[in-house]
Design a protein around this ligand. Structure first.
Ligand SMILES: Cc1cc2nc3c(=O)[nH]c(=O)nc-3n(C[C@H](O)[C@H](O)[C@H](O)COP(=O)(O)OP(=O)(O)OC[C@H]3O[C@@H](n4cnc5c(N)ncnc54)[C@H](O)[C@@H]3O)c2cc1C
Length: 387
């Protein structure tokens, strides 16, 4: 790993920065989880990105990308967060399904799904979890039965982020009714407006409707919508989970920007806070930088032909715990003011720390809970016996 940026990389950074300066909306967009309006505002932003071919810079030009490498993607992300650009409403598509499609999809599937994903015309939800299959994903019960050249889908999915407003979902289904556990599962795409699909919002404690249950009652989709071979769904899902935990979903830039804001917050209130808070602030800043270096190392290894392995689990634990620690430090600096909701007239920027804290609490749960990641590390990295 060379820690110096090349002239080409510096020029690329400058190009990204100038474009973002011209295009990032002046005011934050309304939440994409709270209303159709917020969701569509984010879709419109995805289209602006796509017009500049910034939707997913690592994708080939033929799918709306720029054919750049992962290091350039990291640079793009650094500039993106630095500019305060909107969160990506199509993150399930571009960061999770996209790379998986690139690896396992046929040319026809790539042509059909990737371009509309990059342009924001089709926004995706992930439909893996079920009421009895969260951590234990291998106990998926939803079924897909092949009839002619169509699958008939039946089942009940839950905790599907943004499915209330999204256009498509990728789900895990049991295609072999006699199969057990992770055998006999397939990954299948379905449009959320298909006949037989019922999407029911799950209101959250903060009043937003970010999650949904999806009920599938004899939903017919073409066999073309299966990614990879029949019964190969588990391995493909695990590849997606590797992208989710290990690299794409939480790029270091998000935490580096938050750490810098935390340092600014600390400096503004230094005289009022307990001395112990300083150590927490310093630790957060160092952790964010350390995480960035570790991701640069992973990206360099992938560029040299490597694969993401069990270290995706260590990354996931690291970023999720770092996020909570960072927000806790901010709340202790703010003291009682931290309790102001974003909507409170006096909140100003303070409400963002409370919002961020609430969201950080979900980090150890989504993308595979941290307890499960610790099991994976114990078994696959350390070779310890199964608990
Ligand atoms: C913000 C957020 C967004 C999400 N988005 C999506 C989405 O878009 N699509 C989707 O499909 N799902 C999504 N999920 C669901 C998420 O993947 C599951 O919540 C997660 O996998 C845990 O499953 P569960 O909720 O069924 O908990 P359970 O599996 O019931 O686990 C409950 C607790 O027991 C622990 N536990 C369970 N088994 C073991 C074990 N063997 N060893 C040690 N501890 C164990 C878990 O770690 C957890 O702490 C999301 C969740 C959140 C919080």
């Amino acid at each position: 790993m060379d820690l110096d940026y090349t002239d080409e990389q510096q020029a690329f950074r400058q190009e990204v920065r100038s474009w973002l300066e011209k295009h990032v909306p002046g005011k934050p967009l309304p939440s994409f989880d709270a209303s159709r309006e917020g969701f569509e505002a984010h879709r419109a932003w995805e289209r602006v990105l796509a017009e500049g071919r910034w939707g997913m810079v690592t994708w080939p030009e033929s799918y709306g990308g720029r054919g750049l490498d992962l290091i350039q993607w990291l640079i793009f992300e650094e500039e993106y967060y630095r500019a305060g650009a909107p969160l990506r409403v199509n993150q399930n598509g571009i960061f999770l399904l996209g790379p998986t499609l690139m690896e396992y999809g046929t040319d026809e599937q790539k042509a059909r799904f990737l371009t509309s994903m990059a342009s924001g015309d089709e926004i995706w939800a992930q439909a893996w979890s079920e009421p009895q299959a969260g951590s234990d994903l291998a106990s998926v019960r939803a079924t897909a039965v092949l009839e002619g050249d169509e699958y008939v889908l039946k089942g009940h999915k839950i905790w599907s982020s943004r499915a209330v407003f999204a256009d498509w979902a990728f789900g895990l289904f049991r295609t072999d009714p006699a199969s057990q556990r992770h055998k006999g599962l397939s990954l299948i795409f379905f449009p959320l407006n298909a006949s037989g699909v019922r999407v029911q919002a799950i209101p959250q404690i903060d009043g937003e409707t970010g999650f949904a249950e999806i009920f599938l009652d004899d939903v017919r989709v073409p066999a073309f919508n299966r990614l990879g071979g029949e019964g190969e769904g588990w391995n493909i899902c695990m590849a997606t989970a590797g992208f989710e935990r290990g690299l794409m979903l939480r790029s270091p830039a998000r935490f580096q920007v938050a750490a810098r804001k935390l340092v600014e917050l600390y400096k503004a209130h230094e005289a009022e806070v307990e001395p112990t808070v300083k150590a927490a602030v310093l630790q957060s800043w160092m952790d964010a930088e350390a995480y960035a270096l570790s991701i640069y190392a992973t990206a360099s290894r992938l560029a040299a032909g490597g694969h993401i392995g069990a270290e995706a689990s260590t990354n996931k634990i690291f970023w999720s715990e770092m996020d909570i620690a960072m927000h806790k430090a901010a709340l202790s600096i703010l003291g009682a003011r931290a309790e102001l909701l974003r909507s409170a007239p006096e909140a100003g920027d303070i409400g963002r720390w409370l919002d961020g804290y609430f969201f950080s609490l979900a980090g150890p749960i989504y993308a595979g809970s941290n307890e499960i990641q610790r099991n994976i590390i114990a078994e696959r990295m350390l070779g310890l016996p199964r608990a």
